[in-house]
Design a protein around this ligand. Structure first.
Ligand code: SAM
Length: 888
């Protein structure tokens, strides 16, 4: 679809499109939420928000901007959403239980203050079907909303003005205290969309499942589409009005064609003689008794007071009243001889049977629903109980009452009764499961492996699940993953508690970069070195035989050796990220932008004071950044807007973020292209560790005593390359660390490392380097001094030029020249123009709270408090007194 067509056609690229582009919103629809929020103010006070159908994320951006920092914001859509800071997103269909489970896992036992829904079905079929699909989607989102909303919460949804509109509003009214439909100015007038803001969620203990069942809520729609084209729609509606009289749907479709009368009454004889009495009952307001014959019927015994009252206003009748009228009609027909008695009876039986059948069906249906609801309530209770236990466990962890080790012990405690093995993880898991501890485990690939919520797990008992060895192994793995996750969160808390922890950790890692653990072979740069090419055992043997001489005579060899000092210990970022992905979803968020830090610690470390540290930890941060980039890029791959949004009916135009191509469709939605970010993606295959290492050494030099010692030994030929290689094979090297839990690795890292000797000289060299570094002036000061010097030199030069001029003049005596030159030189050597005095203005009295220049103050000024002004005055006084004393 061409760009030009869109720009002119329908005036798509309107002011909101441009505004969105200017302000960095991904979709112009962002302004709809901004305007809704301006009117109803639900975002500012919300701490948890769930956005259903959120792609590409315009509403999420708004929520993230307007909600308080540290709020929980979750976005779900069929298509992946590109990452947004402070927002958790995932791709899922909101109509599926899987989506509900994902949200549950994310919010844990929190409740959402706001649930947003701007969904539109991704089909482009007939308008009626689309509208119905949209209404169904709304009902599905309402279903999620009632599950996750807190009492008093707000649900914002988009609804299309269609036949279902009133039904939806009716349902909303049953569940919310205030329901308001509004059309924000940014929603195009041509669009049928309208936004309903439902506030003050009533959170009833029991919600009739019918409220959330499209089959019930939109029953009339199907009723209005005749199965049998011959049967008039009116009859269908009328029947529905009789059998489902309590639902106020009569006027939803307006008045039947050709009938614009508000009030309709018919004579009783018409009702008695009509072959379709039910339709009659459903379509009229009143049955009158005006003719003589009809008046006679009024005095018959069968015409009870109830019947008379019922005939008076049919629109207020219930199902029982209608039945009474039908029975009365049959009895009267029998009385009048219109039907023979037997036939009448049959007729009556038949009719009653129909009614009873309907009733019976209804009863069975009701009973089933009641049982279902009871089951659901029981399951929910269990889930809630399990959640409570889980929350307590997490809280205990957060309050440092339980360390990850304690968890193992707790599990053991739980399994004691069952005589389980002390380290039987499976037993421990069972124990945890009993307490509702294990809810969702996420596999290494981030896929939810298993879901279990207390007794709610309908897929067989644990015993069944643990039948096979494979299953058992899997369980054990999962539990280990969870323990890993707990450990990670424990580490996170440590970090939060101890601000220095991160710095320490950074230093550790930096040290690790430099730490010597052996020499790595580099064949590419060592083609001529036969020793290096062979390496390994032979090399060691030969080295033993030849002593140190194998390469001592070769200068270039030594060069190579120096360049080859590399770091085997350095872990690739992927190692960390893979460990991260193992984290149990229960405890930590896989999609956290920076996995190793909490929000609080991030804020803490964003302070200026830590700016220098960042420099020091540059390497580490770079890698962490790469980690994130990698995550982002994977998201990006998924989140190709072009593909994502294809077929989305509710989208006006979608502009491809990369190519600027636009895609136009039905309604009121544009994705705004973002400025291309110049992002270098981290590519595992392209990482040249040696090059990185070299660059680091080039920039910072050797920073550990071990490295300097080894370098000195190499330069002084005290050690050969072969010896260093041999030293590299020690009991600490080549240790497979796969599958070891992170807490174990962390602990091991503290002690399990080779002890590399360092020399006094190396330490002295490093200290000298450090002292030189300390002695260096701060860059700004050095610059200021240089500027000063430069200006002084300029002044002197100028003075000398002038002095030369004076010297060359002939119309001055030598004495005058000398005095003039002296004056000029004094000026040239002076410190330049004295700086204008800065006036100190006390910020009190008339100047209190004044913004901008205080009244009556000219020239340079600075606002100070009275203390400073007093001190300056005192200083001046003291100086003056000193001068006087000296003169005296
Ligand atoms: C109008 S867009 C939402 C725009 C969003 N509010 C924003 O500001 O960026 C409608 C979205 O609904 C999504 N959607 C439609 N059906 C869905 C479903 N069953 N589950 C989840 N998302 C759905 C579509 O993928 C589409 O991205």
């Amino acid at each position: 679809m061409g760009k030009s067509q869109k720009k002119t056609g329908k005036g798509r690229l309107d002011k909101y499109y441009k505004l969105a582009k200017e302000q960095g919103y991904r979709a112009r629809s962002a302004f709809k939420l901004i305007q809704l929020n301006k009117k109803f103010n639900f975002l500012e006070s919300a701490r948890c928000c769930i956005d259903l159908c959120a792609a590409p994320g315009g509403w999420l951006q708004v929520a993230s901007k307007y909600m308080p920092v540290n709020s929980v914001i979750i976005g779900v859509d069929l298509v992946p959403i590109k990452p947004i800071p402070r927002v958790v997103t995932f791709a899922s269909d909101i109509t599926t239980p899987q989506c509900r489970n994902l949200i549950r896992a994310e919010v844990k036992d929190w409740k959402a203050d706001v649930v947003l829904h701007d969904g539109a079905p991704n089909v482009g079929t007939a308008w009626v079907q689309d509208a119905y699909g949209q209404s169904e989607l709304v009902l599905m989102s309402l279903k999620l909303a009632v599950e996750f909303l807190v009492k008093g919460g707000t649900f914002v949804t988009k609804v299309f003005r269609s036949a279902d509109y009133n039904n939806l509003i009716w349902v909303f009214n049953q569940l919310f205290g205030k329901v308001e439909a509004t059309k924000p100015p940014s929603s195009r007038n041509v669009s049928a969309e309208i936004f309903v803001v439902c506030r003050e969620f009533l959170a009833p203990k029991y919600i009739d499942p019918k409220f959330l069942d499209p089959k019930h809520v939109f029953k009339d729609l199907s009723a209005s589409i005749p199965d049998d084209p011959d049967k008039p729609t009116r009859a269908h509606n009328a029947e529905a009005n009789v059998f489902q009289p309590d639902k106020k749907r009569r006027k939803r479709d307006g008045y039947e064609d050709g009938n614009y009368t508000l009030f309709k009454s018919i004579p009783a004889s018409e009702f008695i003689h009509d072959t379709d009495p039910i339709s009659v009952l459903g379509s009229v307001n009143k049955i009158t008794f005006q003719s003589d014959e009809e008046k006679q019927w009024l005095i018959l015994d069968i015409t009870s007071g109830d019947v008379k009252a019922n005939c008076n206003d049919l629109k207020v009748l219930g199902k029982g009243d209608f039945k009474t009228l039908i029975k009365w009609r049959l009895a009267l027909r029998e009385e009048l001889g219109l039907d023979v008695k037997r036939k009448d009876t049959e007729d009556a039986t038949e009719t009653v049977q129909i009614t009873d059948a309907v009733d019976e069906e209804q009863m069975i249906q009701d009973e089933l629903e009641r049982l279902n609801a009871e089951n659901a309530a029981r399951a929910k209770r269990n889930r809630r109980r399990a959640n409570e236990v889980r929350t307590k466990t997490i809280q205990r962890m957060q309050l440092q009452m339980t360390a990850p080790m304690d968890i193992g012990l707790e599990l053991q405690d739980a399994s004691l009764g069952g005589q389980d093995d002390f380290f039987d993880l499976q037993g421990a898991e069972k124990g945890m499961r009993k307490r509702g501890g294990v809810i969702t485990l996420v596999g290494a690939d981030g896929v939810v492996i298993q879901e279990s919520e207390g007794e709610d797990d309908g897929k067989g008992s644990d015993d069944e699940m643990l039948d096979s060895d494979e299953e058992r192994e899997r369980k054990t793995r999962e539990l280990e993953n969870e323990l890993d996750g707990m450990y990670e969160s424990y580490q996170g808390r440590l970090r939060e508690r101890d601000a220095k922890f991160k710095v320490k950790e950074g230093r550790e890692k930096n040290k690790e970069r430099e730490a010597w653990t052996g020499i790595k072979e580099d064949n590419s740069s060592d083609d001529d070195d036969s020793d290096a090419e062979e390496g390994g055992w032979e090399e060691m043997e030969r080295a033993k035989e030849n002593g140190d001489n194998s390469s001592s005579g070769d200068e270039s060899d030594d060069e190579d050796e120096r360049s080859q000092v590399s770091n085997k210990k350095r872990a690739l970022p992927s190692a960390k990220s893979s460990r991260d992905t193992k984290r149990a979803r229960l405890l930590t968020n896989l999609k956290e932008p920076i996995p190793s830090g909490s929000q609080a610690s991030k804020i803490w470390f964003s302070q200026d004071i830590f700016a220098g540290i960042d420099d020091d930890l540059e390497g580490i941060e770079d890698r962490r950044h790469d980690d994130i980039e990698m995550e982002d890029s994977s998201d990006d791959d998924d989140g190709n807007d072009d593909v994502e949004m294809e077929g989305n009916d509710d989208q006006d135009e979608i502009v491809d973020a990369e190519e600027g191509e636009e895609w136009d469709d039905e309604d009121d939605f544009e994705v705004v292209p973002q400025a291309e970010e110049d992002v270098d993606l981290w590519d595992v295959s392209n990482v040249d560790e040696d090059a990185l290492k070299q660059a680091h050494i080039q920039k910072h030099g050797l920073t550990t005593a071990e490295a300097v010692t080894l370098a000195q030994q190499l330069v002084n030929r005290e050690k050969s390359k072969t010896q260093l290689i041999n030293d590299g094979f020690n009991r600490y090297s080549l240790n497979a660390k796969d599958g070891l839990p992170s807490w174990f690795l962390d602990d091991e890292n503290k002690h399990y490392k080779p002890n590399i000797p360092v020399t006094k000289e190396a330490i002295a060299a490093l200290r000298a380097k450090q002292r030189a570094l300390d002695a260096r002036p701060i860059k700004k000061i050095a610059e200021a001094k240089a500027r000063k010097k430069y200006k002084a030199a300029q002044r002197l030069e100028k003075a000398m030029k002038k002095a030369e001029g004076v010297n060359d003049t002939s119309d001055m005596s030598e004495r005058e020249k000398a005095s003039q030159i002296e004056k000029l030189m004094r000026k040239g050597l002076s410190k330049g123009k004295p700086q204008k005095e800065i006036k100190l203005v006390v910020a009190k009295g008339v100047h209190k709270g004044v913004q901008g220049r205080p009244k009556g103050v000219k020239g340079r000024y600075t606002m100070v408090d009275s203390r400073m002004k007093k001190e300056v005055r005192a200083k001046k006084r003291a100086e003056k007194a000193n001068k006087k004393r000296k003169r005296a």
